[in-house]
Design a protein around this ligand. Sequence first.
Ligand code: SF4
Length: 386
Amino acid sequence: MTSATGSRPHFKHIFVSPRAREKYGERVETITTKFRSAEVHEIPANGSVSDDRTIVRTDAFIREAAGIPVDDVAGAVTAAKQILVLDVRSPHGLVRKFETKGGLVCPHFYIVGTMVNGCFYSCEYCYLQGTYRSVHPFIKLAINYDDVFDAMKATARKNKRADLVTNFNAGELMDSLSFEDVTGFIGELIPKMTGDDFERSELMLLTKSANVEALVSAAEEHPEAIERVIPTWSINSPRAASCYEHAAPGTEQRLEAAKRVQDAGYKTRLRIDPMVPYEGWEDDYRDLVRSIYGEYGLQPQVITLGTLRYESAVPAIARKRFRHTNLFDFPLVKKGEDKQRLRYAERLAMYRHVVDAIRAFDDDQKNRPVQGTGRSMGRSRLRHGT
Ligand code: SF4
């Protein structure tokens, strides 16, 4: 289903945990009424999905009630996109420190969010397909937002006392805005970020969504929050987005959303990732850069670049889910850990081509160095992936 602001999920089943029903009944009703065609199930009292002791039993209950295929990983991953679980998550897991590995230029950050399992978009390259999605075949939403806010405040306050900057990242485990019209989570969070406790904090958002009403309204009502919120759009060439990023808004919708948010006063960022080397990629990615600066008049604070890569487990599952895909026909090499990537020369050619295009359209970039994730190459607004 596509809305004016992009795609929305279509849930066949919604499962409600006893704790969610008991403590947040009103919120459960608000969410379930947005999906009137979904069948709503109550998870048995002994089966909260947040409780390790009953997790297996609960997964089995959901699989059976939703008719999830057994021994069919690809089928389970696809079916999981239409199953929503509403639950309450333990406060300890709501704000987690993520330590970046040595050699990377990204700073440490704190993972925050409410979508703690799954995503209703269906990108063919998505690494989630190769993880435990077939074991826990559902999208899980933790609806105890207040606990997230409290945990963030405590973290920000502690770090401020130690004179540290706190980077919160609401895009590591979820698309930050794809569910915003359902949850209103980011819209509630931004006003809270204006308090003194968050004086040295930033909230990073990463999205393919066009749900920007909350950001635009927050900018009008709480202009002081603008400096503390950094929205980033994950974009791709229109051809790559339509071929490989199913159910997500198209490139134009994402760029329009980024422009609205930029016009509202935020410093926006872009991530062109993963660039796919299909025939004609050179023109398509150059045109994308041209429309970023020309047609949409965007002035991204940072542009991060990445090329096609995926976990080794992904192709076998994705080929079954997307039967006509050609995404896994490009020759990739295995390098480090378990990830496959384009050959070095090809990656370099793609990065150079797009960096040249950016420099051609953005005067500010002409003499700036590029910053790599493998080693620091100086202060800059352009970054490439691995
Ligand atoms: S938006 Fe991200 S998490 Fe969702 S399917 Fe695409 S790659 Fe996966």
